[in-house]
Design a protein around this ligand. Structure first.
Ligand SMILES: [Zn+2]
Length: 359
């Protein structure tokens, strides 16, 4: 990003997004071996054959945060459509069930997020099964999301296993669905509403992870939503809280990897549940819609986030902000009630002798 007369070059860190970019238009030509399925984050506008074994692919995209290419000579594909948006899911041959599940989650979450936050502005969204390192379950790009290969589960995919029949809402434990919805939500919080992924990772990741839990609420019901919060949001934060709270508004490299997950993806996501309860649904979703509309294709910062919140709430939300974003004094008692798994864990914790560490 270029601002105030210079390039803003954030360090590449071991966790978090590696780049920080403004929305831009791309026109790209690149060569790839013949016989490869080539998926770009843009729209393919044709191919030219320039030599024997290579094909030149031409692609364009508008108002994108980045341009990404994923390719394989083994991909299979299923497609669907939501409104004007064409969605395709690319998966490896043994993972047809996971490929279909990733497509279904993407279609449903586009619908749910479009209704709740504002319209998805791009004409395509591709979901790709890739090998991801560094502990990441998924990775977002504008118009293209990447999901870790191992989440697809192979031919015997049954994400719930034996547990599936044991209690209601078990669908909330499906990591492929939660991760896919998370990466789809990044189209709103990252791609359309940009932010500084190094200095203020909470601005996109906390809201994105909350959006994924919201997807589970809406698509699979509140019981599933509670279990998803336990597993993918609350657990990591409760583990960090056992050692003491940390500020949410820190740069990526101020967190160790456990705290980065627990605070940015846990505490920050739970904060949105607390905010929703405090404002009521009407004002809460008005806040998200207004933030989306006013910051689109721009870069939001924490001041703009709070200003928008104040305007919609009709009162000064600084005390809330100081408590949840700038503060480091949250206690387990301040958290929304846990679901079935969280309750079990807190019973376990209180049964442990004083001074022993939480599981
Ligand atoms: Zn994310």
């Amino acid at each position: 990003m270029y601002e105030e007369g210079g390039w803003k070059l954030n360090p590449v860190t071991e966790q978090g997004d590696p780049t920080n970019t403004d929305a831009a238009n791309y026109e790209v030509a690149f060569g790839a071996p013949k016989g490869f399925t080539v998926i770009t984050s843009g729209t393919d506008v044709g191919q030219t054959d320039e030599s024997g074994s290579m094909v030149v692919h031409h692609s364009v995209t508008a108002l994108a945060r980045n341009f990404v290419v994923v390719a394989s000579d083994r991909y299979e594909q299923v497609s669907g459509q939501v409104g004007e948006t064409q969605v395709s899911s690319y998966y490896l041959p043994d993972d047809a069930k996971g490929g279909q599940a990733a497509l279904d989650t993407t279609l449903k979450s586009l619908d749910i997020f479009g209704e709740a936050f504002g319209q998805y502005p791009y004409t395509e969204l591709d979901v790709t099964q890739v090998v991801l390192g560094g502990g990441a379950a998924g990775m977002e790009a504008t118009g293209l999301i990447m999901i870790g290969k191992d989440l697809y589960g192979g031919e015997g995919r049954d994400p719930l296993g034996e547990a599936g029949g044991l209690f209601g809402g078990a669908g909330g434990a499906d990591a492929l669905a939660f991760t896919t919805a998370h990466e789809v939500a990044h189209q709103w919080w990252y791609s359309v509403v940009g932010s500084d992924a190094y200095e203020q990772p909470w601005l996109d990741e906390s809201l994105t992870n909350w959006s994924s839990a919201f997807y589970v609420d809406e698509a699979l019901g509140p019981e599933a939503g509670r279990l998803a919060r336990d597993l993918f949001i609350g657990l990591g934060y409760r583990v960090v809280l056992a050692e003491g709270d940390q500020r949410l508004d820190q740069p990526v490299d101020k967190f160790d990897s456990q705290a980065y997950g627990g605070i940015v993806y846990g505490k920050g996501a739970l904060m949105y549940d607390v905010l929703r309860a405090e404002l009521g649904d009407q004002k809460f979703f008005e806040f998200l819609r207004r933030y989306y509309r006013e910051q689109q294709f721009d870069r939001a910062d924490s001041d703009e986030w709070l200003r928008t919140l104040n305007a919609v709430a009709g009162k000064d939300m600084t005390p809330f902000y100081q408590k949840w974003v700038e503060g480091a004094e949250i206690q387990p008692a301040n958290l929304p009630p846990a679901g079935p798994l969280g309750e079990m864990l807190s019973r376990l914790e209180s049964a442990l002798p004083e001074g022993s560490s939480a599981p």
